[in-house]
Write a protein that binds this ligand. Sequence first.
Ligand code: MF3
Ligand code: CO
Length: 257
Amino acid sequence: MYKKLFGNRAILKNKWEIELLRKANAIVMEVLLALKEEVKPEKSTFEFEELALRICEKKKVKPAFKGYRGYPYALCVSVNEVIVHGMPKKEIVLKEGDIVSFDFGVIYEGYVGDAALTVGVGEISETAKNLLKVTEEALYKGIEKAHFGNRIGDISSAIQRHVEAHGFNVIREFVGHGVGRQLHEPPEVPNFGKPGKGPKIEIGMVLAIEPMVSAGDYRVEILEDGWTAVTKDRSLAAHFEHSVAITPEGPKILSKV
Ligand code: MF3
Ligand code: CO
């Protein structure tokens, strides 16, 4: 999400709320994996929107993004240089060698699930493969730091370090976030920063950790439609996101089937 849209007091969740968030996120992951299965050349990005909506109907859940701040679709589909918030379109057709990110959310019993992943279309370049690998690894490096007593900056710096060690760059314009009854809650979870800085990580926080990584420059441009965020230099970008609960036993990934 965009930086600076919310305040600074995290809304802590009890066990029961975390269970509902787990159910919401399990559905999100189920949809994301179904979308991933369908990735092949010749598919338009709109076909994935339709599939996501069909699964929501079947599961009787509401998509979380549709109507959120005026976003017109249930799904974000971001191809190649599109970092996030790509809008599904019949005219955008996948081809061999592309990379495509799906970002999806649902509302289940009033609680929001939010996750994202990036996949290749058929055979992709070595750089693209590496970009996907490093971005997903960075997500897990961040999650490893999501312990009670640490600070948000510990997550941020772990992500940034891993990404930059592999010659890529983290996007600064968008950040991870708390998630609960609202899609975007405090605190912000940037993908860059310093260890030991930022808000304390507390038990009961649920954080959407979401590294967005450019194979080139990290600067962002927003296209005419007001949503599509691309890398200014049009280099490839990847995005992986999990919603993670902070428990006394450590971080628990909720976005799993
Ligand atoms: N996972 C994205 C985010 O946290 C989804 C938001 S898309 C929007 O920003 F359209 F709902 F804004
Ligand atoms: Co998010």
